[in-house]
Design a protein around this ligand. Structure first.
Ligand code: C5P
Length: 227
């Protein structure tokens, strides 16, 4: 059986990672959440006061990129690899609305993207990987055998994200989540370096009305034709 690269791109909160995690489990592949890597850099910038309300010390962040080491470690209980920043588990800390607010500006910086893309390409060099993000099918692995582009209406996505965050005990309003989702979509789609676009050869799946099982079934079917 040959191993392939599966790239899953799409807008914020389309449920990419939920499906990608399951898919990787089904195929016995490695799963990499590249959004977690950009969130880790944003978290570092926040912790070091390089970004905040009304300021962004872009050059200082770029100069400190050498101080950032992002790793993943499989958590048996969670069933997926959690993200670490310089040895500290930051899986929960990066899933806040605050990090969500600052991650897209951080992700516009070419130096940040270069560093993370290089690491992502290394992680996928032996294939057998499911990677989700915004530029996986276009920039990180333009030669990926299977490319999926996930979409859903902004309201559907905000509702899902709102539920996910409130279930985890965060106190926030639906309006704030919707605003974050649409702002990130805008920044991610209009940035100069590696904007979020559907790769020409990607298969688009609008999952507004689909269950996770239905999405999985479709993607596993597509993958099995290629393996
Ligand atoms: O996937 P997630 O919503 O966690 O991603 C957070 C942010 O990281 C995105 O809104 C985007 O700004 C950035 N990102 C990116 N390229 C990727 C993955 C995420 O620019 N491959």
């Amino acid at each position: 059986m040959s191993k392939i690269i599966i790239a899953i791109d799409g807008f914020s909160s389309t449920g990419k990672s939920t499906v990608a995690k399951q898919l990787a489990k089904n195929l016995n592949y490695i799963y990499v959440d590249t959004g977690a890597m950009y969130r880790a850099v944003a978290y570092f910038a926040l912790e070091n006061e390089l970004i905040g309300d009304g300021f962004f010390k872009e050059d200082d962040l770029v100069n400190r990129l050498g101080d950032i080491s992002i790793t993943f470690k499989f958590n048996e209980t969670a069933g997926f690899a959690e993200v670490y920043l310089n040895g500290e588990n930051i899986e929960a800390a990066i899933r806040t609305l605050k990090v969500s607010k600052y991650v897209s500006p951080v992700a516009t910086l070419s130096a940040v993207r270069r560093k993370l893309v290089e690491q992502q390409q290394l992680m996928g060099k032996d294939k057998g990987i499911v990677m989700d993000g915004r530029d996986i099918g276009t920039v990180v692995f333009p030669e990926a055998e299977l490319k999926i582009f996930m979409t859903a209406s902004a309201e559907t996505r905000a509702k899902r994200r709102y539920k996910e965050l409130t279930d985890r005990g965060h106190e926030l309003s639906y309006e704030d989540v919707l605003e974050n989702v649409t702002t990130r979509d805008h920044i991610d789609s209009t940035r100069e370096d590696s904007p979020l676009v559907k790769a020409e050869d990607a298969i688009e799946i609008d999952n507004s009305e689909l269950t996770i099982e239905e999405q999985l079934e479709t993607i596993v079917g597509l993958a099995e034709e290629l393996i």
